[in-house]
Unconditional design. Sequence first.
Length: 366
Amino acid sequence: AYRLHLEQRVADQTQALRESREFLARLTDTMADAVFSLKPPDYRIEYVNQAVAEIFGYQPEELLGQSLEILYLDPFQFYTLSQNLSSAVKLDQAPVRFEQSMRKKDGKSIWTEMVATFIYNNDGQPSQLISVIRDISQRSLLLGIVAHELRSPLSLIAGFSRAMLDDIENIDRESIKKYLGVIDGNAGRMLKLVDELLDLTNIELGQVSLQVELVNLAELVSKQKEDYVYVACKKSITLKESVSSKELMCRCDPVKISQVISNFVDNAIKYSNAGTTIELIAEKRAAKVWVGIRDEGPGIKSEELQHLFTSFGHNKISSRPTAGERSSGLGLAICKKIIEAHRGQIGVESTPGHGSTFWFVLPVDL
């Protein structure tokens, strides 16, 4: 009887363990980060979720039983990790966090963030390491691009400030005005870049709430045209308004949608030559409102269109502003997030040598 009771307990515990593992698998397979269960001291992989395929290119079954070393560029790098984890155990640190380069199945390296926590047995010894690994290559790339974009204005600010300080006793008022103008312009450029980065980050984190109200998009388009008449005239560019109706009602956030139209018009002016026309169009299409900004600029190559609505995608576009105007490279990425938050669509139609039309569509009822 005792043996039967013992066998039943073992069977129950085995079933409970199986169910807990199945639950863990279902839970972690919904995550975008790679989750590992590792066995010290050589950190053999006992479990890994499906996200490892997207991040590292391996199927989970290919890694089971392997040492985590397989995901490192060289043995010394893995040895360094092992030493750091051993130190964390001695210092009772939990969890521990590392940023490091790791190796994909195809041999390419990626920059990752690892957060790891030890599980201890009854004797107080580490019996398991739970590790969550995230691909932060895009974050590192973004930081690199931001640093590059800030470097030029910072260099100009530093250079002109130094020139003023070095010659502070003799510098004339006209030179001071010129130098301060350069400093002010570049400081404004950096501030705009930082503001747009924060705006994009907040939208991606879902921290920007839309202030939705019933809006006449015909009036919104008309106002944006009037706001840009002066800027367009300075480049001898004509702004033309083509609105199908005086009332194009739509539920949306007027401030955010104005930001999108403003970005489209601003870009059209930057990339247009003197003597050309930019047309602001708004029309009803079924249960939606379509807004487009059509220019007569250089157009965009078909293979470059995919980069337009990404952060700093302007670096991959061959056409350049006609008067040397600067761009943060974040405007269109922000526009895309705003329109998607309205459950709308955004896009561009362009033919090299014949201009471009940037457009968005919003549902009448949000």
